[in-house]
Design a binder for this molecule. Sequence first.
Ligand SMILES: [Zn+2]
Length: 132
Amino acid sequence: MTVFDSEGMDEMVVQSNIPFYSLCEHHLVPFYGFAHVGYIPNGKIVGLSKLARTVELFSRRLQNQERITQQVADYLGENLHPAGVAVVIKAQHLCMAMRGVKKHDVWTTTSKLTGLFKEDQSCRNEFLNFIN
Ligand SMILES: [Zn+2]
C-alpha cells in the first residue's frame, strides 16, 4: 500500500457507504452491503481509493462478515500505523433470506475499533455521526 506524508493532517478521514459483495463461506451464497472505514492519521495518509480497495481486497473471497471487518482494520493498522482505525460493516446475507427462518431485510452489523476510536468516546461519536 502506497502511503503519503500527512503534512500535519491529524483529523479523522472517513469513507462511508462503500458497497461490497462477498460470498458466505458456510453456505456459498452472497452477502453484501456497505462498509464504513475511518482512520486518524499519525504522520501518514493513504490515497482515498485505497480504502474502498481494501474492502474489496478482503471481500472478494469466501468470507464471513466478522473476518472482513477484522482484516480491513488490521490491514490499515499495519500499513498506516494510525492513531486509530474504525471499520463498520452492515450486510444482508442471502443465506438468512433463503434458508430456514427466511428473514428478509435483516441487516447484520459488525465493527472493529482500535486506538482512539476505542479509547476516546468523542472520537467514536464523531465517527458514528459521520457514517449515520
Ligand atoms: Zn451463510
